[in-house]
Design a binder for this molecule. Structure first.
Ligand SMILES: C[S@@+](CC[C@H](N)C(=O)[O-])C[C@H]1O[C@@H](n2cnc3c(N)ncnc32)[C@H](O)[C@@H]1O
Length: 288
């Protein structure tokens, strides 16, 4: 499936041009502070010493211009795990889940761990957080990152997350499902085009993963489903499929008041711009 053609057909002319141009513009750099290992004042004063100009755009999440990226990635703060570099769109998934200190939480598709570490920061040291990753190589990257960022207590499972529909029925208060997707959100050296067959098979996997998440959720609990792709069959269609399933669920509206967001009955789309990557988010509550 040609991504550019798909984008043209799914957006109006002005939005298409804005979105397409955004893939070639320098992107701001986002990061959050790792308060599990370091004190906020210590990190902020070290960033000031490095000459990085930054502003807080979300709770504990900061943005600076692209020109500061190299300073950040070469800094001791980064090497010691005091900051985690992440696009703000990804951080929104963690904010939407909003886990409390005493919640039992699962991050189903976790590597390299950017959202798991943000969840751990929000919940606090020792909180009941488990993370899963099916790919062995990516699992070891996840473990290494959790250790680097002082999250060694987090329980890690190198497993296919679809298995929780049998092993963990009704166990979790909150689940993050940041699903594997076709990833048409970063241009990089070009988009790696995926065939219609590959997209269909991803959509099938996403539906199975969401079904498993709903089985493993406590009544009253919630799942945040997210992807970084534009394709409807990986986003709204996955949510519609869950609404048609045996689960008694409803979709909670989410909005962060961003100029780049499009709200629908199935979730929230973020259109990419100079700050945000393309993203889709849906918050699904399992009724009591
Ligand atoms: C979008 S990435 C996750 C990014 C991660 N949440 C973060 O913020 O750093 C999706 C991950 O899901 C993993 N994955 C794919 N299929 C899976 C499955 N069936 N069970 C668990 N993990 C899976 C992929 O290997 C990949 O690492």
């Amino acid at each position: 499936m040609n991504f550019k053609d798909y984008l043209k057909s799914s957006l109006n002319k002005a939005d298409f041009q804005r979105v397409w141009d955004s893939f070639f513009e320098p992107k701001s750099v986002g990061f959050y502070l790792n308060l599990l290992k370091f004190d906020k004042d210590y990190i902020i004063s070290n960033l000031d010493d490095l000459g990085v100009e930054f502003r807080e755009i979300l709770p504990n999440f900061y943005l600076c211009k692209a020109e500061f990226k190299e300073i950040l990635t070469h800094s001791e703060l980064f090497n010691k795990g005091a900051i985690y570099i992440q696009n703000p769109s990804s951080y929104l998934a963690v904010l939407a889940l909003n886990p409390a200190k005493n919640d039992i939480v699962l991050d189903m598709c976790a590597s390299p761990g950017g959202k798991s570490i943000a969840l751990a920061n929000m919940m606090g040291y020792g909180a009941d957080l488990a993370v899963m990753e099916s790919d062995s190589k990516r699992f070891y990257t996840l473990k290494a990152n959790l250790n680097k960022y002082g999250c060694e207590w987090v329980r890690t499972y190198n497993k296919d997350a679809r298995s929780i529909s049998r092993s963990c029925v009704g166990r979790f208060d909150k689940i993050l499902l940041d699903a594997p997707c076709s990833s048409y959100s970063h241009f990089g050296d070009g988009f790696v085009e995926k065939s219609a067959k590959e997209i269909k098979s991803l959509s099938k996997l996403q539906k199975q993963l969401l079904n498993s998440a709903l089985s493993a959720l406590k009544p009253g609990g919630c799942v945040v489903y997210s992807t970084c792709t534009f394709f409807e069959c990986e986003n709204e269609e996955v949510i519609q499929n869950a609404l048609r399933s045996k689960f008694d669920i409803n979709i909670q509206p989410i909005s962060f008041g961003l100029k780049s967001e499009i709200v629908s009955e199935f979730g929230l789309r973020i259109l990419p711009d100079c700050d945000m990557d393309a993203f889709f988010l849906a918050k699904i509550v399992k009724n009591n």
